[in-house]
Design a protein around this ligand. Structure first.
Ligand SMILES: *[C@@H]1O[C@H](CO)[C@@H](O)[C@H](O)[C@H]1NC(C)=O
Ligand SMILES: *[C@@H]1O[C@H](CO)[C@@H](O)[C@H](O)[C@H]1NC(C)=O
Ligand SMILES: *[C@@H]1O[C@H](CO)[C@@H](O)[C@H](O)[C@H]1NC(C)=O
Ligand SMILES: *[C@@H]1O[C@H](CO)[C@@H](O)[C@H](O)[C@H]1NC(C)=O
Ligand SMILES: *[C@@H]1O[C@H](CO)[C@@H](O)[C@H](O)[C@H]1NC(C)=O
Ligand SMILES: *[C@@H]1O[C@H](CO)[C@@H](O)[C@H](O)[C@H]1NC(C)=O
Length: 699
């Protein structure tokens, strides 16, 4: 029995390491793994080594007890001639299960393997501490407006406490011809106090125009970074009521180098896959069918597979239409699939919404609540070459979730709740300052729009009450002020924007079980019900969420005359998913009633209309995909035909298309109303005047 203790402990140890590094970095792994390793060493030390001579003696006849066997083993261990007795199969078995072996080399190999596994675990856990990215230099674009953009710069300097970096910018649009003079932009004041990261707003830009910027010293010399100017594209003028056609991405949850690979500490594979998808995407590069027959065949294959997938989607939607009655959804689905794809090109992605768990402050280990512990994790992400490929080309806006602070954090509207002060300090510096300006300074919720699409990004952590102590009727997720701002926004965009995207870091649906019942909106049923009720009164609402490390599309069925609501919950971008356990219910117990008119043809040939009441679940799953370490959704908004606005959702999992959905929106008559923005930036009016366009034409 004792002989097999080491095998059992070793196998347990290896299983834990495997789970911790490749499946889920559960927090207690960091305790259990070293303990098991220590036990393993003890077991190895005390284990009885089967003697190589044992077999020989046995053949000769006289039995030996363990002791003499051991003795002989000691004496005979130099007899190399017996080694071939152990077959390759036995050797592998020994290496796999650490079963006691007479062969010293195999025993040593097992100790080495387990020690390496321990080293890998330690490497994964302490990596953020030792690779603290103190010197990381980077720049990225955050919020983009029709006439401005927010730029983030991190540029540490040596032996001083402040540094100044100048932005130089110019348009790269062909419209501007040879107008390539670099213009002086804002100056970024960087301080050691703020960890050398600063955000500035570049103003006075033209809508729908490509720009580039670089960084300079005050004397005009270009800084070594970035080696090539960073480009971005301004948002369209929302007053051009011609509809929108653009794409954006949504996802959440990431940790560098998980699942773990040795010597890949800075890799965030989800971003490698995303960069590949966005800029080396075969289907999007097939703009013009080339004469190459192979390409032609490829196009045909892609088109037909896309068409059949769409057909599949249509039939899978046969029970549940999304946003609109089934007929409309189906017809618009087929309409977009059937005709030859004259121009099936996806518009370029304009931005990404990162819905939280950008850092995991407490997974696998909590390094404390000081400023540096939080800042280090942000720097570490920006240091990642994988992430760099994306943030240098794609504007990213952020909300936070619990792991930017602490697991299942509830701020209770008290900003001094630890570790909120230091956690939000790092979030602001690295991610939030570059978001759209909040309605009130210091808030982390905000709204913005792109063309006729409106977005509201909620803060679901700072004001939420404690579900375990607060009564269900008085519980709040958003807090009074944010809730009022949200309702205000809803009524404003109701008839002025076609699609309305409501961004929540945690799922709005109550279908996720276990801790989602307290951590997501399910824990706030009163506030949720009231909000959902309001959402049903607004056409074309889509909720975007993350957090569950799974993908799901959820439909909220409206009662009569109401509008259905769709939720797309996408995560993780690059983190674990939960194996085996499935935690999403397929439909809610709550039902809504809908009256439906049914025409029956009587025997007399006279049609009779009868009204029937049908019951449908209030929330139901349209699609659920749990597996996959790397997930994001690409959402293409197409409102060029204002009478048939549509969304084309494409969810990519582990680099492959896993789900596709076309959502037929309802037309919103935004023509007769005031445009989304109440005040037109003077710079746009000036600019348009200069190129001879009279803004009056559009009013
Ligand atoms: C900063 O100080 C260190 C030691 O005092 C020195 O070796 C280094 O050259 C200094 N760096 C700069 C850029 O002045
Ligand atoms: C501008 O300033 C930087 C740093 O202060 C210096 O390295 C560079 O040589 C200067 N360039 C010119 C043209 O003076
Ligand atoms: C196809 O559509 C894209 C995006 O709307 C556009 O950029 C591109 O110019 C179009 N291509 C053709 C050949 O019409
Ligand atoms: C925040 O960080 C500072 C220094 O980094 C530390 O002194 C303080 O105790 C931390 N915690 C809180 C709640 O401020
Ligand atoms: C949206 O507008 C409709 C009428 O067009 C109205 O009935 C509904 O209450 C509005 N919803 C909100 C949240 O303002
Ligand atoms: C009765 O309904 C059928 C199909 O719904 C339609 O084809 C027919 O014309 C209707 N007949 C009358 C008398 O309205």
């Amino acid at each position: 029995m004792m002989a097999y203790t080491s095998a059992i402990v070793s196998t347990l140890f290896r299983a834990c390491v495997f789970v911790f590094l490749e499946v889920i970095p559960i927090r207690f792994g960091k305790t259990v793994i070293p303990v098991l390793y220590f036990l393993y060493l003890l077991a190895v030390y005390f284990q009885q080594i089967p003697s190589t001579g044992h077999w020989k003696i046995k053949v000769q006849g006289p039995p030996t007890d363990g002791k003499s066997g051991e003795k002989k083993a000691g004496k005979q261990s130099t007899v190399v001639a017996v080694e071939p007795e152990v077959s390759l199969r036995n050797a592998l078995y020994t290496l796999l299960y650490s079963t006691p072996s007479p062969i010293r080399k195999l025993r040593i190999a097992n100790v080495v393997i387990n020690t390496l596994l321990l080293a890998a675990t330690v490497d994964f856990v302490v990596e953020p501490y030792f690779d603290d990215a103190k010197d990381v230099i980077y720049s990225r674009v955050g919020a983009v407006y029709p006439d401005a953009a927010k730029l983030v710069v991190r540029y540490p300097a040596e032996n001083v406490t402040t540094n100044t970096v100048h932005i130089a910018w110019r348009p790269v649009d062909p419209l501007f011809g040879d107008d390539t003079v670099w213009r002086a932009g804002p100056v970024v004041e960087l301080t050691q106090e703020d960890d050398w990261v600063g955000t500035v707003k570049l103003r006075g830009l033209w809508p729908s125009t490509d720009y580039e910027y670089r960084l300079q010293y005050s004397n005009g010399t270009t800084l070594p970074y970035p080696t090539a100017p960073i480009r971005f594209h301004t948002f369209p003028d929302p007053r051009l009521l011609s509809g929108s056609h653009f794409r954006f991405l949504a996802s959440s949850c990431m940790t560098p180098n998980f699942p773990y690979m040795p010597f890949q500490g800075r890799r965030i594979k989800g971003f490698d896959l995303l960069a590949d998808y966005l800029w080396h995407d075969k289907s999007s590069s097939l703009v013009v069918p080339s004469s190459d027959s192979e390409d032609g065949a490829q196009i045909f294959e892609q088109v037909s597979s896309a068409a059949s997938e769409l057909a599949e989607t249509v039939s899978s939607l046969a029970r549940s239409s999304v946003l609109d009655p089934l007929e409309t959804a189906a017809s618009s689905l087929t309409a977009s699939a059937a005709p030859a794809p004259v121009n099936s090109t996806k518009p370029p992605a304009e931005f990404m919404i990162f819905m939280g768990d950008f850092i995991y402050a407490d997974v696998p280990i909590y390094y404390g609540d000081d400023k540096e512990a939080y800042r280090r994790l942000y720097r570490r992400n920006y240091q990642s070459p994988s992430f760099r490929k994306v943030y240098e080309r794609l504007p990213i806006i952020h909300t936070y979730d619990d792991h930017e602070i602490a697991n299942n954090f509830a701020g209770k509207a008290d900003d001094s709740t630890p570790p909120f002060p230091n956690a939000s300090d790092a979030f602001r510096l690295y991610n939030a300052y570059a978001n759209y300006d909040p309605p009130e300074d210091g808030q982390h919720y905000f709204d913005f729009h792109h063309g006729d699409a409106a977005f509201f990004v909620m803060d679901t952590r700072r004001y939420r009450s404690d579900v375990f102590t607060e009564d269900v009727t008085t519980r709040t997720m958003l807090g009074d002020k944010q809730l009022a701002t949200l309702y205000d926004w809803l009524s404003k965009v109701n008839n002025t924007a076609t699609f309305k995207f409501l961004v929540s870091s945690v799922p709005f649906t109550s279908l996720w079980q276990h801790d989602a019942q307290t951590d997501s909106w399910a824990g706030f049923p009163v506030e949720k019900a009231a909000l959902l009720n309001a959402l049903h009164s607004v056409p074309n609402v889509v909720i975007l969420s993350g957090d569950r490390h799974e993908f799901a599309a959820i439909q909220y069925n409206a009662a009569d005359a109401g509008h259905n609501v769709l939720e797309l919950s996408t995560s993780p971008l690059s983190m674990f998913y939960i194996p085996l356990f499935r935690t999403l219910k397929s439909r809610s117990d709550e039902i809504v009633q809908r009256t439906k008119e049914v025409v029956t043809i009587g025997v007399d040939g006279v049609n009779r209309t009868t009204t029937v009441v049908e019951e449908v679940p209030q929330e139901e799953v349209v699609k659920y995909i749990a597996t996959g370490n790397y997930k994001w959704s690409s959402i293409e908004v197409d409102t060029r035909d204002l009478d048939h606005p549509a969304l084309h959702v494409e969810t990519i999992i582990d680099g492959k298309e896993a789900f596709k959905l076309t959502v037929a929106g309802k037309p919103v008559d935004i023509k007769g109303t005031k445009a989304i923005i109440s005040s037109v930036p003077a710079s746009i009016l000036d600019a348009l005047g200069k190129i001879g366009l009279k803004p009056g034409r559009w009013f």
